[in-house]
Design a binder for this molecule. Structure first.
Ligand SMILES: [Zn+2]
Length: 417
């Protein structure tokens, strides 16, 4: 009977934020049972109750965890652990304290199947919390979670870059610029840190962030551009396989464009190479429409042309190749870890002529250089591929071959035939 009344007193003290009383009860010598107390109405234990408020002193959380670390694994009636509650209530110190004592809490999914990391990424929690959660449960970092992060920030970051071009902003001053978002804007510095942690962790390598951001498909061009601005030293760094960023880019496919992230508000179709975006889209709940819907005629209350801008989707891989070679033309002549030139790699990866012209102009000698493995020149490599999934690919390949030949017609007399 005495114990039941003490349980009620403790939960009342925590709920009413009477921290002095709560500390006294927690320090009581027979308090172990109190910490394992579960409230039958919502299924809360004492740690759940303590995590409900952002104001709960850290000593209270630590005292509960010290005598009952496994209370962090108790799920309430909705499948939420105290950690899930702390994340939802932005009790960041409490989240970190729980993860330190009971990292297994990062693995517990709620009844909707969401992990604590899901709430931390969607709730824009501090970088320390996100790092601790990934360390405690790396498997929670899924492609859809990365996609959600980039979906939210890609267009806002593009808006920042467009504005900074006009102001000639220096690389480091851009870190303090606010990236617009209709609910919670963030500064570039925070997004840069988070993108680096999320992308490198997902990539599961110790590569520089630039290399991971190129390799991870969900990462759009805007964030590669950001890392190029903030960490230009990474251009010449090698990953564990001895490859530079340029080698990763030229051996990647094209499957990463801005259009992958958004759908038309009217017809719900994915976007293609361009679309219409309301000028205040990154600041308020405003629409984006595909070209077909706009040309088909939208009701005036939905669409007024003067309120919209046309967004051109950027394809990440050609954009990064172009930027890297424009910034540092000598990269085009640097062989990869097995001695292949970037131009040879690009052709073997089926990049078409127009997307890698910059590579050719930065290293014209590559056009006459035979590949170390196949002993073919770039033109010959381009011509030998015979497997096409679609008719467009065949035409694309044909025009690329012709373009290579046009670049250096002497190839005909110097060893093709
Ligand atoms: Zn549409």
């Amino acid at each position: 009977m005495e114990e039941i009344s003490k349980r009620l007193m403790l939960s009342y003290a925590i709920e009413s934020k009477d921290w002095k009383k709560a500390s006294e009860l927690l320090l009581h010598e027979s308090s172990a049972a109190l910490k394992n107390y579960v409230d039958n109405r919502k299924g809360y234990n004492v740690l759940h109750l303590a995590c409900l408020s952002r104001d709960t002193p850290l000593e209270i959380i630590n005292t509960i965890l010290a005598s009952s670390p496994l209370s962090a694994l108790v799920e309430d009636n909705r499948g939420q652990t105290p950690l899930a509650i702390a994340l939802r209530r932005s009790a960041d110190d409490a989240s970190l304290a729980i993860l330190q004592v009971c990292p297994q809490a990062a693995q517990v999914e709620d009844i909707e199947g969401h992990t604590p990391l899901h709430y931390a990424v969607h709730g824009e929690k501090p970088i320390e919390v996100i790092i601790s959660l990934i360390q405690a449960n790396p498997y929670a970092l899924t492609d859809s979670l990365l996609h959600a992060f980039y979906n939210r920030w890609n267009m806002g970051l593009r808006e920042v870059f467009n504005a900074s071009k006009n102001l000639n902003t220096f690389a480091n001053s851009i870190l303090d610029v606010r990236v617009p978002h209709r609910i919670s804007p963030r500064i570039v510095r925070e997004l840069h840190q988070k993108a680096c942690v999320l992308t490198k962790s997902y990539d599961g390598s110790t590569s520089p962030s630039l290399h991971s951001s190129i390799r991870v498909q969900s990462c759009p061009w805007s964030f590669c551009e950001l890392i190029l601005k903030i960490n230009p030293e990474q251009i010449y760094q090698e990953d564990n396989n001895g490859n530079h960023a340029i080698h990763i880019a030229v051996s990647s496919s094209y499957l990463s464009t801005d259009a992958d992230f958004y759908v038309c508000n009217e017809c719900k179709s994915p976007f293609k190479s361009k679309w219409y975006q309301h000028k205040r889209h990154n600041h308020e709940l405003q629409s984006q429409y595909c070209v077909d819907c706009v040309h088909g005629g939208l009701e005036p209350y939905l669409f007024q042309e003067e309120d919209y801008i046309v967004v051109n989707s950027v394809n990440k891989i050609p954009a990064i190749i172009d930027s890297l070679v424009t910034l540092k033309p000598d990269l085009a002549s640097v062989p990869n870890s097995v001695g292949k030139l970037p131009l040879h790699q690009a052709i073997e990866s089926s990049h078409n002529f127009s997307s890698i012209q910059a590579l050719l102009y930065a290293s014209p000698n590559a056009l006459k250089t035979r590949d170390i493995q196949s002993h073919l020149t770039p033109f010959m490599s381009s011509a030998v591929e015979r497997i096409f999934e679609r008719e467009e690919d065949k035409l694309d390949k044909f025009s690329s071959c012709f373009a290579w030949l046009m670049e250096d017609p002497t190839l005909i007399s110097s060893g093709i035939l």
